[in-house]
Design a protein around this ligand. Structure first.
Ligand code: ADP
Length: 165
């Protein structure tokens, strides 16, 4: 049986922390499906299409990854649809733990056969979040060591363009 894992997230944008979790998951699963949420109630820096293209580029050397859109609805439903047996999530700190534990327990009530598999964040990126990256980059800070190269370029480009407007 092909072991498929679903890694859902906002990825606005994807960071080296996310990428490290994806690399670890790739060693355990036959296929890791990265689902980019396109929750319209949230204002995002990157559009769904931009986020997906950036992730595809950053994961091009990981052959057992695939990027899809998560347009809404329950994550467990998406997992069922793509025949995933596990959900992947990353844990940086106790705050993540509390939040993720509740979601994992709730998901278990909805689809008991789906397990959530947690990866401890890479020590180097434990403090990295997409929102902090954006905050620093918005004020001209250097985040090139915290995100994949093309994503760093895209962030710089985004804020440059916004300033011109
Ligand atoms: P969401 O809105 O679903 O939390 P995120 O893109 O913020 O979307 O995060 C997706 C997953 O990646 C979550 O499980 C989150 O805890 C994890 N994650 C976020 N940043 C890191 C990081 N630096 N290292 C490891 N995991 C991370």
């Amino acid at each position: 049986m092909t072991k498929i894992a679903l890694f859902p997230g906002s990825f606005d944008p994807m960071t080296n922390g996310h990428l490290s979790t994806i690399k670890s998951a790739c060693k355990l699963f036959d296929q890791v499906v990265i689902a980019v949420s396109t929750n319209s109630s949230k204002t995002t820096l990157f559009s769904a299409e931009e986020k997906m293209t950036l992730i595809e580029t950053a994961t091009k050397d990981l052959p057992n990854t695939k990027v899809i859109e998560h347009t809404g609805g329950l994550t467990v439903e998406l997992a069922r649809k793509i025949n995933a047996t596990s959900l992947i999530r990353g844990l940086r700190n106790t705050q993540d733990f509390e939040y993720e534990a509740a979601i994992a327990a709730m998901n278990k009530t909805q689809l008991p056969e789906l397990d959530t598999v947690f990866f401890m964040a890479d020590e180097r990126y434990r403090f990295v979040s997409s929102s902090l990256i954006k905050e620093v980059a918005m004020f001209g800070g250097d985040v090139s060591h915290l995100v994949p190269e093309q994503i760093n370029d895209a962030i710089i480009e985004k804020y440059k363009r916004d300033k011109i407007r």
